[in-house]
Structure formats: C-alpha cells, structure tokens
Design a protein around this ligand. Structure first.
Ligand SMILES: Nc1nc2c(ncn2[C@@H]2O[C@H](COP(=O)(O)OP(=O)(O)OP(=O)(O)O)[C@@H](O)[C@H]2O)c(=O)[nH]1
Ligand SMILES: [Mg+2]
Length: 303
C-alpha cells in the first residue's frame, strides 16, 4: 500500500469548528475552542497518522473581514498557511447553509465564494461540519449546492467524531505519495507552554462577555518543571493582559470570583494536558491598548 503524507491547512470562517476538528483527530486538546468566533489567533500544528497516510494539520484563525490590527494579523496568518500547504480542507458550518436551503437562497453565497476564490488552485476537500445540528432532509440540497465548487465534500461532525474516516480518506487522495514527515507518535510542534497559554485564553473566551476576550492575551511568565519528576507538579505563573482598567475589573470579578473560575477551569485542562498536578497563578495586568500597539502585539506573538 502506498503511503501519502503532507501538510493540510484547516481553513474556514470563524467558528466553523477547525480547532475542534484538530483536537479530535490529534486526540488531545492542543488548540483553543470556544462558542465565540475568532478564538484562534495563530496557526497551530497537529499531526494525524494512520497506516497509509500522515497529515500535518495546520489549524488557522477564521477568514473574516479584518477591521483591527489584531484581526489583520489573524487573517494574514491564515492566508500564509494557505500558501504553504500541500492541500486545503475548507470547513463549513452546515447550519447556516441548511437555513439558506430552507429559504431557497443560494448555498454558495458571496462570502463563501470569496473563500473559494482564495483557495483556487489548491488541492481542496470540503468538510461540511456540524451536521449533527441539521435535519437530515436539508443535507441533500446543501451538498448539491456545494457540488458546484468541484471539490470532494464530506459531511462531518467534528465534535461527535462523525464522518472523520471518510474525510481522512479524501485527504489521502490529495496528499503526495511520500514517506511520513514525523514519527507516527508525534502529535504537535506546539510547545507545552504555548498550549497552556492558549487553554487559559480559551477559558477567558468562554467565561467573559463582550469585548473582554478580544482584548485579552495570555503570557506564561514562569513554567517551572523542577518538581515535575519528583513531586508530579508543574508550577505556572501566567499574566492575563487586557487593554483597560474596566476590563481588568471584569476579569477579576466580584471578590476575585471570575479570575478564580478561569483559574480553576484552566488548571483542570492544563493538568490533563501535562498529565501531572498544576499549580496555577494568574495575574491580570493592563497594557493600555496593546492590540493597537505593534510592539506589544509582537511581544505577545501576534505579528
Ligand atoms: N454541534 C456541534 N458543534 C460543534 C462542532 N464542531 C465545533 N462545534 C462548536 O463550534 C464552536 C466553535 O468551534 P471552534 O473549534 O472553536 O471553531 P473554529 O473554527 O476553530 O473558530 P475560530 O478559531 O474562531 O476561527 C464551539 O462551541 C464548538 O464546540 C460539531 O460538529 N457539532
Ligand atoms: Mg479555532
């Protein structure tokens, strides 16, 4: 049996489920997932290996109309990945498409067409995601509408793990025949401390309202593994950076309740990731308008 391997960019609109799919296939939480759009800000790599293929998956920020410097960085990041990969997997949320079908509107609207134009010339597989949320009867017209793109289309549910075998089989078809790029047990290139920062940021996205998640960044100041072997514990100091004192107040919450909740939830996830106990200290600091400041953005890895 021939072996196929290469890089695949997971792209799509914000909230389509790209990070969920990456985590599901890798079998570990390496990329932040939240109910809010624009959760992912930088590319994250995960490796998925079977007997006859290996896909190096690049999770990317959602493609959207950027209106701030930080958003610009996110879209550029996704577009750069598009240029570098062997093939593209475009994730599309099935729900709005099913609504379009019900309303007798075109399945490929202008936004989707813009994204399809961006990936033109690339080997393409479309993953129609969140089919668990769509009445089966509306799936057919949606698939019919998407067929105009000319790409292979696979209905999936990233969160439920449905359709993933078929998706992976389609990926294999578009990847070049070559040996694996990584050892089969290799899961990610991301550093543990980077993933930790992402998972703390994810908890802010899930717990805080309005602009707070979009004005927050997380920086790991200390990642102390000196007692990892002996006492099975890692000590982590992280700074949550916000843009305004009012956001700091929201993040800290009444009597510290919000930062405590974020800390408790994050600690649980970090402990799973690192497979040991985690002592987590969170500090909230204001760095005035950091999202608009190129140097501050660079310092936080968003440039
Ligand atoms: N019901 C259902 N929900 C899903 C599925 N896949 C993802 N979700 C949910 O959709 C939301 C967005 O998922 P993400 O994985 O963060 O989406 P993303 O495409 O990475 O989003 P950005 O990083 O913001 O571009 C989360 O609440 C997920 O739990 C699915 O197959 N079914
Ligand atoms: Mg994401």
């Amino acid at each position: 049996m021939s072996f196929h391997a290469g890089t695949i960019g997971l792209v799509g609109r914000p909230n389509a489920g790209k990070s969920t799919l990456l985590n599901k296939l890798v079998g570990a939480k390496i990329s932040a997932v939240s109910r809010r759009p624009q959760t992912t800000r930088n590319r994250v790599a995960g490796v998925y290996t079977t007997e006859d293929m290996q896909a190096v998956l690049w999770d990317t920020p959602g493609l959207h109309d950027a209106w701030t410097a930080l958003n610009n960085h996110m879209v550029r990041e996704a577009e750069q990945v598009l240029e570098e990969v062997d093939a593209v997997c475009l994730l599309i949320d099935a729900e709005p498409l099913a609504r379009a079908a019900k309303a007798d509107k075109p399945i490929i609207d202008t936004t989707l067409q813009t994204i399809l134009d961006k990936v033109k010339g690339k080997k393409l597989v479309i993953a129609l995601n969140k089919v668990d949320l769509v009445e089966k009867g509306w799936l057919l017209p949606v698939l019919g509408g998407l067929a105009e793109s000319g790409a292979a289309i696979v209905p999936i549910s990233a969160s439920e793990g449905e359709g993933l075998e078929t998706l992976v089989a389609e990926w294999r078809k578009v990847l070049p025949e070559q040996p694996a790029l990584y050892p089969p047990d290799h899961l990610t290139d991301a550093l543990e401390r980077q993933i930790c920062a992402e998972l703390i940021r994810e908890r802010i996205f899930e717990n805080c309202e309005q602009e707070v998640p979009y004005s927050s960044a997380v920086e790991i100041e200390q990642f102390d593994e000196s007692a990892r072997e002996t006492e099975n514990v890692v000590r982590i100091h992280a700074r949550i950076i916000v843009e305004k004192p009012s956001q700091k107040a929201i993040l800290i919450g009444k009597g510290g309740s919000m930062v405590k909740k974020i800390g408790t939830e994050a600690r649980k996830q970090l402990s799973e990731l690192l497979d040991c106990k985690v002592r987590l200290d969170l500090f909230v600091v204001v760095e005035k308008d950091w999202t608009a400041n190129p140097r501050a953005r660079r310092g936080l890895g968003y440039a």
